[in-house]
Design a protein around this ligand. Structure first.
Ligand code: ADP
Ligand code: MG
Length: 281
């Protein structure tokens, strides 16, 4: 048994739950969820991707043509949790050809947003579902909606950490502040006191400018503490943009390309942090 196997064997019962979140749309949340998830599966990890966005983009990106026609989705299981009904935890989960599992999401999640308002322990519905399936996975990655609504708060309540993709070209100062404030509130109000920010991931980087330092300065100025920024950045690549229509990852669409290498490096960075004692993620 080599070291890597030993580490992974030791971590088998310690599933990490990571939310990919930013209330701004189009910053590569879904793209990152897909390619991080499949990246981890390629390293032999058992991965569940959860689509927590009513737009169902993650579901569509993994090859489900019309997410809104699905009858059994994340909102179905959340409904069972709310009503305290028992259900088959394997039901509704898709197995993607590249080795990840998917709990799909669709338009029904917008109704869930409203249902959640008037129930007890409304922040913990998703967490309760995840507690039931956690043993089966090493990583659970939640693709959040571009909002800070109740379903996103449920994702934060269920997560160990949050990965924040940021499109490098547009420094989303205000948006980022609001997101970090919400994360702080989730911690302070004891919804999830141990929640961590895994880091900011710069996406769609065109290589000509250095945005990491600018973002770092901005965060320092606003909060006095540094929110970590991932070492690896994701370059702009047309080959990434093609993937969702094909229902495959960047590793399959362009195995030798720079974006594929970047997502692979990010996967290793996150695994290293999760499995080798780092407590960032
Ligand atoms: P979000 O989930 O935050 O809304 P998406 O992952 O859907 O963002 O990405 C938004 C758009 O940008 C999609 O069309 C996607 O294909 C494209 N995209 C994402 N990452 C890259 C990249 N590295 N290079 C080029 N296009 C990208
Ligand atoms: Mg998305």
């Amino acid at each position: 048994m080599n070291t890597t196997t030993a580490i992974s064997a030791g971590k088998r019962n310690n599933c990490k739950v990571v939310s990919v979140a930013n209330q701004k749309g189009g910053v590569a949340k879904t793209t990152t969820a897909v390619n991080l998830g499949i990246g981890l599966a390629r390293e032999g990890r058992r991965v569940l991707l959860i689509d927590a966005d009513a737009q169902g983009s993650l579901t569509a990106s993994l090859g489900v043509r019309e997410p809104d026609l699905l009858e059994y989705t994340l909102s179905t299981v959340m409904g069972y949790v709310i009503n305290d009904e028992s259900f088959d935890i394997e039901k509704g989960i898709f197995h993607h050809e590249e080795g990840v599992d998917l709990m799909p999401g669709n338009i029904e999640l917008s109704g869930m947003e409203i249902s959640l308002v008037n129930i007890m322990s409304r922040e913990y519905v998703l967490r309760e579902y995840i507690e039931l399936i956690k043993d089966k996975y090493d990583y659970i990655i939640i693709d959040c909606a571009p909002s800070l609504g109740m379903v996103t708060i449920n994702a934060f309540a269920a997560s160990d950490s949050i990965l924040i993709p940021c499109q490098a070209g547009y420094l989303p100062a205000k948006g980022l502040e609001q997101l970090i404030k919400t994360i702080r509130r989730v911690k302070k109000q004891k919804i999830n006191p141990d929640l961590k920010i895994a880091g900011i991931l710069l996406t769609m980087v065109d290589g000509r400018t250095n945005f990491s330092k600018e973002i770092m300065k901005l965060i320092e100025k606003g909060y006095g503490t540094i929110v970590p920024i991932f070492k690896n950045e994701i370059p702009m690549s047309i080959r990434v943009a093609e993937c969702s229509a094909l229902g495959i990852s960047i590793y399959k669409n362009d195995p030798k390309g720079k974006a594929s290498k970047a997502y692979e490096a990010l996967t290793m960075e996150i695994m290293d942090s999760c499995e080798n004692g780092g407590d960032q993620v």
